[in-house]
Design a protein around this ligand. Structure first.
Ligand SMILES: [Fe+2]
Length: 422
């Protein structure tokens, strides 16, 4: 039997299964999912599996497949099937039937994954860690600077996603640092920043959200950003855990600092500050395609293993923090926020010194990033559409027993399979 005929038969069986069970008279009370693997030599058995679901009167809502092994094609395909099921006995019944065909079946509802936020407000409960300054931070021996950071942290510690962000009264010293940064960076952008950034940066200037004299206010920038892409800056008093930070991105929430970098080092900041957040991140987060790319990384992080979180952080850093765009003519432009908020890193990233690589998530995920110094390697993409497609492809290979999507209207995460989390 040819492969085309086999596929047509399977398709008809799937249609029968989905259309028939959709009219099932029982009340849908729960969902479940199971996973099984069909060897390449046994691929025709999918028809039998679908028939057993039909016979058990389970409402099949989704089916997906992925290679059982990226190395050995003979391992066949692993299938994940979602059903809405009225009783545990019908689920048990169908699992028994699938076992006879495939040898084994895993009920995904029984698998546990690390906790992740399901609803928007869950984010407010995430822990914020206030860490002491690193030994090579320029403010490490400046008690006045540290006290000011703690003071600002206390002001926004109780800020939730739904509460009003306070207008911060920045000191003269902080305003002077901002002016130094602004005057050094803004003339450079025309030559080095990507066009999506330039468009929004200009608009933010025209609206008075970024001015030369005053430190920008997160409260005002937030309104602009939310109107553009729905991204929301969430002031935090300390660094969140990598997992929590990435999880926020799934909801289009971007954790944000509000303190200013130390006045002695305005051209490079070892850790994120308000200048980095507003001048580096905000304009590019206002671009719809970039916003989708960022959210894609966040969605991939929900319930991910510790190993995958580490890899996703590498991908986050190499793109959102230090990413470049390169057109076919070799014109290099910057979209990474860390470069855009650092005079030193702009000159370094666009010099002949660093190594440049085409963004490949499967490679970049394994290269451990470091925050402390200027980078020796940068990854570039052609545009954000390409970056998003590559990220989607990477995310689809994560060994996670469910897919997650964001319901923008409900501000909640929908999972394709029932999972428990700890
Ligand atoms: Fe950043």
């Amino acid at each position: 039997m040819t492969m085309v005929i086999k596929i047509k038969m399977l398709y008809r069986a799937l249609q029968r299964c989905m259309s028939s069970s959709a009219k099932a008279p029982f009340e849908i009370t729960d969902m479940a999912a199971f996973m099984f693997t069909l060897q390449k030599s046994n691929s025709g058995s999918l028809n039998q599996v679908l028939q057993s679901i039909l016979d058990s009167k389970l409402n099949l809502t989704h089916i997906e497949s992925r290679p059982a092994s990226l190395i050995d094609a003979d391992k066949g395909f692993t299938f994940i099937v979602d059903v809405e099921t009225p009783t545990s006995s019908s689920l048990e019944n169908v699992c028994q039937k699938i076992k006879k065909v495939c040898g084994d079946v895993t009920l995904l509802g029984s698998l546990e994954v690390p906790w992740f936020p399901r609803r928007f407000n869950d984010i407010d409960g995430m822990q914020q860690l206030v860490r002491p300054l690193h030994s090579d931070h320029p403010g490490v021996n400046d008690p006045v600077y540290w006290a000011r950071r703690q003071e600002l942290g206390n002001i926004i510690r109780s800020c939730t996603l739904s509460s009003k962000i306070p207008i911060i009264q920045y000191t003269n010293e902080e305003s002077q640092t901002w002016q130094t940064i602004y005057h050094a960076l803004s003339p450079l952008y025309k030559k080095i920043a990507c066009e999506e950034f330039l468009l929004n940066f200009k608009e933010m200037e025209n609206k008075g959200l970024i001015t030369e004299n005053e430190v920008p206010q997160i409260a005002n920038v937030n309104k602009y950003l939310m109107g553009k892409t729905g991204f929301q800056l969430k002031p935090i008093s300390g660094m969140e855990k990598d997992r929590d930070f990435l999880n926020c991105l799934a909801f289009r929430v971007f954790p944000t600092t509000i303190h200013m970098r130390h006045h002695s080092q305005p051209y490079f900041s070892i850790d994120p500050d308000v200048a980095h957040e507003v001048i580096g991140h905000a304009p590019i987060l206002a671009d719809p395609e970039f916003a989708e790319f960022v959210q894609e990384i966040g969605l991939a992080s929900l319930g991910a293993t510790e190993e995958d979180i580490e890899k996703l952080m590498n991908l986050y850093f190499y793109s959102i923090e230090i990413g470049l765009i390169m057109n076919p003519a070799g014109d290099r432009r910057v979209y990474g926020a860390r470069i855009l908020s650092s005079v030193d890193e702009i000159h370094h990233a666009l010099s002949i010194h660093p190594e440049l690589r085409h963004f490949d998530p499967f490679q970049a995920c394994n290269v451990k990033y470091h925050r402390k110094d200027l980078q020796s390697m940068y990854w570039f993409c052609e545009d954000f559409r390409e970056a998003k497609i590559l990220m989607e492809r990477y995310a689809s290979t994560l060994q996670r027993p469910f897919n997650a999507t964001y319901d923008r209207a409900q501000k909640s995460i929908k999972v394709s399979h029932k999972v428990k989390s700890w």
